[in-house]
Design a protein around this ligand. Structure first.
Ligand code: SAM
Ligand code: FES
Length: 347
């Protein structure tokens, strides 16, 4: 663990060793070490990001995702500007300093409409904006940055090119990587991440993902389990294992040190259990309460059994407070900007 922590470029064999730990006592030691690094670099505050899933329209055919366009049974929606702004009013009203605007990926999303919405949000609310609408052109990303967007989430999902290609038949790994690097060039606080437990994924692949995260110096990293969706090609595959997700979060924390790492909704929805507290004591420091209004929230069904899917928006507050209390942590309502940029500026 100390070698992972101190090495400029960690040894892949050390990462694989940590990811292979099986005995509960050894895993507990790994999680405790990661938790201590989290405390040292970030503190005890759990940052909140209010998420608004403003459309489930998608042109892609990602084999694991319930929103993929071949799922013709799914009723599609797009919220109006007024509905989106209402959600943001609730997020700002709850004192939360960041909104995440997420949707499927669709060519029809008008970049100028989106830029106008971003401008309006920035005029009306003192809030950081994270976008997560998939792969776009450099010019679109530039337009939205110029309009006031602060951050972008574009998970690489897996760094195994062959596996990536199998799972995303119409997409290109190189383009995803290009988009991710374009976002960094444009000065976005840049987020990536991976899905754990994809069929065919090995420990070596996950170790490569972590080395990629470290090499690209991401500001935010979302790591969650694969959860099979019945209307997808992977419906019969088993879900990702909670222990492997927690080990990946822990090793990512130890190596990247101050990246913002959410306890993802997926780890809160695995096999009907809420493992977010486990993630928060294994290196994670962010929660993402859902502010998508009903009935649309139930239609953003990436995978079945998604946490809080039947709740009214804004009801997550109490549950989140209890979760923080139970593990001796506090809720941090600030914008929660990248700590990396601050550290780099100080260096
Ligand atoms: N369209 C955007 C994009 O491609 O980045 C964002 C929306 S996409 C639904 C958000 C994330 O959902 C993906 O990055 C993927 O990791 C996750 N996801 C989709 N299907 C999943 C599944 N079956 N199990 C776990 N995570 C899944
Ligand atoms: Fe498009 Fe998942 S396939 S959001």
């Amino acid at each position: 663990m100390n070698r992972l922590y101190t090495a400029d470029v960690p040894d892949k064999a050390d990462i694989e060793y940590a990811l292979s730990l099986q005995y509960p006592a050894q895993m507990a030691e790994l999680f405790a070490f990661a938790d201590e690094i989290r405390r040292r670099y970030i503190g005890d505050g759990i940052l909140l990001r209010g998420i608004v899933e403003f459309s489930n329209n998608c042109d892609n055919t990602c084999k694991y995702c319930g929103l993929n366009k071949t799922n013709t049974n799914l009723k599609r929606y797009k919220l109006t500007d007024r509905q989106i702004l209402n959600c943001i009013e609730q997020i700002a009203g709850a004192g939360i300093g960041t909104v995440v605007l997420q949707s499927g990926e669709q060519a029809e999303l008008d970049p100028n409409w989106f830029a106008g919405l971003i401008r309006e949000i920035k005029t009306r609310f003192d809030i950081a904006i994270t976008l997560s609408v998939g792969e776009r052109t450099f010019d679109d990303y530039a337009l939205w940055k110029e309009a006031g967007a602060d951050r972008y989430l574009l998970k690489i999902e897996t760094t195994n090119r062959q596996l990536y290609q199998n799972l995303h038949p119409q997409m290109s790994f190189d383009n995803r990587l290009k988009c991710s690097r374009d976002l960094k060039t444009l000065g976005y606080q840049n987020g990536s991440g991976s899905i754990i437990g994809l069929a065919g994924q090995t420990i070596s692949d996950i170790a490569d993902d972590i080395l990629f995260f470290a090499g690209e110096q991401f500001d935010m990293l979302g790591i969650g389990p694969f959860i099979p969706h019945p209307a997808t090609a992977l419906s019969d595959c088993p879900p990702g294992g909670v222990e492997m997700v927690l080990k990946t979060i822990a090793v990512t924390r130890i190596i990247t040190k101050d990246a913002h790492i959410p306890a993802t909704t997926a780890i809160g929805s695995l096999n009907g259990n809420d493992y977010r507290p486990d993630a928060l004591i294994a290196g994670a420091n962010v929660l993402m309460p859902n502010f998508t209004p009903q009935p649309w929230r139930q239609l953003y069904e990436i995978y079945p059994g998604k946490r809080c899917v039947t709740e009214a928006p804004g009801t997550c507050g109490q549950c989140i407070d209890m979760m923080a209390n139970a593990i001796g942590r506090t809720i941090d309502l600030s914008r929660g900007d990248s700590l990396k940029k601050k550290r780099n500026k100080c260096a």
